[in-house]
Structure formats: structure tokens, C-alpha cells
Design a protein around this ligand. Structure first.
Ligand code: ADP
Length: 618
């Protein structure tokens, strides 16, 4: 991912959008804030105690009747009990405040993830083919968004708020003791802000550049691991290592540069802070010397300690500034996902003939007659995939879609499953426009087997049961038998409890087919179902598909001539147009694209030699 762009969302906007996620924890918030306030009060105790102690000890030294050990011991006892007592209490308060603050952060982070998952599950497929919504990018946007938003919550409640409350309290105490000292302490603050702003300006862009290089580096390493076979077979180890070395060089330089800038400004800030402390010492000492009312030696310590509390949060300003900037950038991408209302899949209410909205339609009520009239379709990326397409898919029959790669065959299946809406033209199922169908009911009636594997991490049994969650163990086994995968699965050490991702491509394909057997839908779409299978498995699958085809509407996309010639009806597609249609024999007689594909396929299979070979054995 490239470094994120500057954000358009302001801090106000960010907090407004974050607020609904924090409000459910308002009581926790009140508790945290109360503890924060208590903690801030306690942070001032040292200064107050030291002030009193110094003055008492000083008075004791100048006592007319002479120094008394008993009085000194009493003072020391009181001081140590107050300080120790306060430390114990402060430790408890800090613990409570941190644990509550963390609890809010963890819960907000969980709620943000849940909301975004709920949200993306409702999106139309088109959303995922938009530029910038590729899986990796979407995942980074979600991860980064959740991380930086929950960090904002943490920064606010755990880091900033206690420090700032303590700073304000310390400043109030300083003013109350002596206005001049208060003014000197206040005068240092704008200098800090100014240095922080300068630092922010110098660092601008560097953090994001560092982040961008870091992403490239980890992406590069991932690429190397994924392409290890290719790298080794082409002996390109040195080339790959050199690419990484160049990136590492860049990353090292960037990191050093950011560190240099950051240390320079941190040093400057410490220097200013020291100047502040020195000024306070000089001023308070002077006031003590001129015997200014209310000033005593104890007050010198008092103000120096309070000033440390005032400057503590200001030193953190830069980090907070950076984190907030990040949060603004990533929050925009994240909340963009939550508010993409136009991307939510629309659903009709039709649930089948004579079915009320609240009822579940019986599968048998769907016939499976699809009619497409003058359908035009363009992918969000701009690919015009279907042009003026008109075709009818007869119920209870097998229709094959034939054409070269990229002709639009899979796109038709995508439209029939309502993954995408056509730009214009109509698609009806059993005479009802597809958009009026309840999407869930429609998809309950369709079984889809794609060329690509769609196996989830989990056991083989769970993967098959995905087709029908309430299926019994016996039904799962039966489905596996019908998909010709049973014997191979039981031979595995963990049988049906094995991890499905360990299966080969062809075996995974049969798991997907078993899943469809279990679902037992009246309409079946097969998109190159045997593309990754060996010859024996292809034949087995063909047999089991032949069995399940009976009485169902089947649309099959295949490059396998053996599967195509078995169909009742054939549509030949060329760059989104339907160029031929009819029964396989009819279409072959017409000549044209189908004949070309058919003949090329027969030639590539070396049919003559196959015939000779099989002839020899006879
Ligand atoms: P076929 O199944 O006949 O091989 P497809 O229906 O997959 O062809 O593709 C038709 C055209 O649409 C191709 O040009 C392909 O690149 C494009 N296409 C397919 N899927 C997408 C998608 N998700 N986003 C953008 N373009 C796509």
C-alpha cells in the first residue's frame, strides 16, 4: 500500500464519528474520568508535602529553645506516612484508570471490527471490484483504521487526559501560591507549542514515507516466500536480494533522518524546559530573599515540582500530534467503508409463487427458467463484459455456455446469481424480474461451483456442511461419497476432521461439489467445475454431475468438449455477444466459432491417435 494521502476529515469530524462507539461505555468513561481526576490531585501531593516539610524543618533549625530530635522524628514520620500512603493510593488509582481506559479501547476496537464486518457482508459484489477495494487494500484500510481509532481512544483516556488534568491543576496551584511564578510557567507553554509546530512541519511526510517503505519491504518479503519456486528455478536469488537491499537502504536512511529530526527537537524542548525550571528557581529564590508575602524556602521546591507537572504533557504533544494525524488519515478510509450506503445489496421481497414474505419458500416452487433480454453489463472497472445479450435458460435442462476466455461466460453466472445488476435490459426467473426476488431465497435455490477453490480454513466436514449447516454427519458422508471424495478423506489421518486447506486443488474442488450435493438446489451453475481435476476425477465428477442434473436447471461453463456435447442447449459467446445458439449438433453444423473451438479441442486431444491407441487394445 502506498503512503496514505492527507486527510480531509477534521478532528471534530473524527470525534463525532467515534462518539457513537464510545457512548455505550459511558459509565466506564465516568469511572475513568473520576479516577483520572483523583490521580491528577495525587500528582500534586509531593509538591505540597515537600513545601510544608522544608518549611517545618527550616523552622525547627531556627527554634529558640534549640533543635529537638523528637519534633524532627515526628515531622519525618508524618512526611513518610503521607508520601507512602499516597503512593499506594496512586498505584491503585493508576491501575484502575489504566484498566478502565484499556477496557474502553478494547471494547471500542471490537465494536469497530464487528460493525465493519457486518457492513462488508451486505455489500454488492461490485464494491469489491472497485479500484482500491482489492482484498489486500481493504484489509489494510480496516486494520489501520481500527488500530489508529482505538489508539485515539487510548491516547485520550489513558495518556493525554491524566497528564493535561494534572498540568492544569499544577498551574492553578502555582497561580494560587504566586501569580508571578504562575505567569513565568505559563509563558513557557507557547514556546513549547511553537517548537512542536516546527517539529511537526519538519517531520511532515517523513512518517508516511517510512510507513510506505516498510509496507513495500514486508510485501517484498511476502512475494519472495510466495514465489520461492520461480526464484530458485530461474536462479534469481541475487536479483531478489539486491531488490531488498535497495529497499533496506532507503528504509535505513529514512529512519535515521526521522530520528535525527526528532532527537534534535526533543533536545531543544528539554533545553527550554530546563530554562523554565531555572527561571522559576531564580524568581522564587528572589521572592524569598526579598521576603515577599507568602514565599518561603519550601515554596522554591513547591514551584519547581509543580512546573515539572506542567511541562510533562507538553513534551508528549508531538507524539499526540502524529497519532492524531494518522487517525485522521486512516479514519477517513475506515468510516468510508461504514458509510458506503450505495454499496449495500438491494433485495426484493418475492419469495416464490404463493409464498408470503414471512414464510420460507420450498425449493421445489422454483422452476428455474431464466430469460435475459438485451442485457448490457459493465464491470465497475469499466470492462464492457456483456453486449445486447438475449438468451433463455430452460428449466430442467442443461445449458452450456461456450466461448474463448474473457468472452463473458462467468459474468452471465454472476448476473444470474444477482452478484451484479445489469446496466440495462431485463433478467427474469420464472417470469419475475430478478431484482424483485428476495436475494436470500434466490441464492438458497442456486448451487454454485466455481473454477477457483472456495475452501475455508477449518475441517473437511465443516467445509462440506457449509452447504447446509443443519445436515447430519451421515448426510455429510453421503455428499462426500457422491462427490467421489469419501475414500480419499477417510484415508487421511484425521479423516473428516482434517484441515480442508491441506487438500489438493482437485480434492478441494470435490469438497465444493459435495457441498452442493448437500445443499441440493433446483438450479445449478457450474463454472469450469473440473478444470483442476485429473482425468479419472473428471470422469467421476462428470458421472455424479450427470446424476444430480436430472430434473434440475443446470448452466455449465466448460472447456471440456465432453461436458459441452452432453448439454441440451448451447450458447456461444464472443466478446460479450451471443453469436450462436442451439443444440450442440445443430450449432456444430452451422460452422463458425463453436466449430473452430470444437475442432481445435479435438485436435489438441490428438483424437486420431487416441482412436488408434484404443483400437490397438481392442
Ligand atoms: P469468461 O468467463 O468467458 O472467461 P468473464 O465473464 O470472466 O469471461 O470475463 C469477461 C470480461 O470481464 C473479461 O474481459 C474480464 O477481464 C472482465 N471481468 C471479469 N470479472 C471482472 C471483475 N470482477 N472486474 C472487472 N472485470 C472483470
Amino acid at each position: 500500500m502506498s503512503a496514505p494521502a492527507e486527510s480531509k476529515m477534521g478532528i471534530g469530524g473524527l470525534l463525532r464519528r467515534l462518539l457513537p462507539f464510545v457512548t455505550p461505555y459511558r459509565w466506564l468513561l465516568v469511572a475513568t474520568l473520576t479516577l483520572t481526576f483523583l490521580g491528577s490531585l495525587m500528582a500534586q501531593v509531593n509538591a505540597v508535602v515537600l513545601d510544608r516539610a522544608v518549611d517545618r524543618i527550616n523552622a525547627l533549625l531556627h527554634l529558640e529553645g534549640g533543635f529537638q530530635w523528637s519534633e524532627a522524628a515526628r515531622i519525618l514520620l508524618v512526611i513518610s506516612s503521607i508520601l507512602l500512603g499516597k503512593e499506594v493510593l496512586a498505584a491503585l488509582v493508576t491501575f484502575g484508570q489504566r484498566i478502565f481506559g484499556e477496557k474502553i479501547r478494547i471494547h471500542v476496537s471490537r465494536d469497530l471490527s464487528l460493525r465493519v464486518v457486518d457492513r462488508i457482508l451486505t455489500f454488492r459484489m461490485a464494491y469489491f471490484s472497485l479500484d482500491g477495494n482489492e482484498p489486500g487494500k481493504l484489509q489494510t484500510r480496516i486494520d489501520r483504521g481500527i488500530m489508529s481509532l482505538s489508539n485515539t481512544v487510548k491516547n485520550f483516556f489513558i495518556d493525554i487526559l491524566p497528564l493535561f488534568t494534572s498540568a492544569v491543576l499544577a498551574l492553578v496551584l502555582m497561580y494560587a501560591a504566586n501569580v508571578y511564578v504562575g505567569l513565568v510557567a505559563t509563558a513557557i507553554i507557547p514556546v513549547y507549542f511553537w517548537i512542536t509546530a516546527l517539529q511537526g512541519r519538519r517531520m511532515k511526510g517523513w512518517r508516511h514515507r517510512v510507513f510506505g517503505t516498510h509496507q513495500q519491504l514486508s510485501h517484498g518479503i511476502l512475494n519472495i516466500i510466495e514465489s520461492m519456486g520461480v526464484i530458485k528455478s530461474f536462479n534469481r536469488q541475487r536479483v531478489e536480494a539486491a531488490k531488498q537491499a535497495a529497499l533496506q537502504e532507503q528504509s535505513t536512511e529514512q529512519q535515521m533522518q526521522t530520528r535525527r529530526i526528532s532527537f534534535l527537537y526533543e533536545g531543544l524542548k528539554t533545553f527550554v524546559e530546563q530554562i523554565g525550571t531555572v527561571l522559576i528557581i531564580i524568581l522564587t529564590a528572589y521572592l524569598v530573599l526579598i521576603d515577599y508575602p507568602g514565599m518561603s524556602i519550601g515554596k522554591i521546591m513547591y514551584h519547581v515540582m509543580l512546573f515539572a507537572n506542567v511541562s510533562a504533557p507538553i513534551r508528549q504533544l508531538h507524539r499526540i500530534y502524529d497519532d492524531l494525524n494518522d487517525a485522521l488519515v486512516y479514519a477517513e478510509g475506515f468510516f468510508g467503508i461504514l458509510s458506503a450506503d450505495q454499496e449495500v445489496e438491494t433485495s426484493g421481497t418475492y419469495r416464490g409463487p404463493g409464498i408470503q414474505k414471512s414464510e420460507t419458500s420450498s425449493q421445489k416452487s422454483v422452476q428455474g427458467r431464466f430469460e435475459l433480454r438485451h442485457v448490457e453489463f459493465t464491470y465497475p472497472s469499466g470492462t464492457h463484459a456483456l453486449r445486447d445479450l438475449t438468451m433463455t435458460i430452460e428449466p430442467g435442462r442443461t445449458t452450456a455456455l461456450v466461448g474463448l476466455s474473457g468472452a463473458g461466460k462467468s459474468t452471465i453466472v454472476n448476473l444470474l446469481d444477482k452478484f451484479y445488476q445489469p446496466d440495462s435490459g431485463t433478467i427474469t426467473l420464472d417470469g419475475i424480474p430478478l431484482q424483485e426476488w428476495d436475494t436470500q431465497v434466490l441464492r438458497e435455490n442456486i448451487g454454485l461451483v466455481l473454477q477457483k477453490n472456495h475452501i475455508f480454513s477449518g475441517t473437511i466436514e465443516d467445509n462440506i456442511r457449509y452447504g447446509r449447516p443443519d445436515a447430519t454427519h451421515e448426510e455429510v458422508l453421503e455428499a462426500a461419497r457422491r462427490a467421489y471424495i469419501y475414500d480419499q478423506v477417510v484415508a487421511l489421518p484425521d479423516g473428516f476432521g482434517s484441515n480442508a486447506l491441506q487438500l489438493s486443488g482437485g480434492q478441494q474442488q470435490r469438497i465444493a461439489i459435495a457441498r452442493m450435493f448437500l445443499k441440493d438446489p433446483p438450479i445449478i451453475f457450474l463454472d469450469e467445475p473440473t478444470a483442476s481435476l485429473d482425468a479419472i476425477a473428471t470422469e467421476q465428477i462428470k458421472n455424479s454431475i450427470d446424476a444430480i442434473k436430472q430434473g434440475r436447471t443446470v448452466v455449465v461453463i466448460s472447456h471440456n468438449i465432453g461436458q459441452i456435447i452432453d448439454s441440451d442447449m448451447l450458447y456461444v459467446l464472443d466478446t460479450g455477444h451471443c453469436v450462436q445458439s442451439g443444440s450442440p449438433a445443430e450449432v456444430y453444423r452451422q460452422g463458425g466459432l463453436y466449430k473452430d473451438i470444437f475442432d481445435a479441442s479435438a485436435r489438441s486431444m490428438n483424437v486420431d491417435k487416441i482412436a488408434m491407441t484404443t483400437g490397438i487394445s481392442e
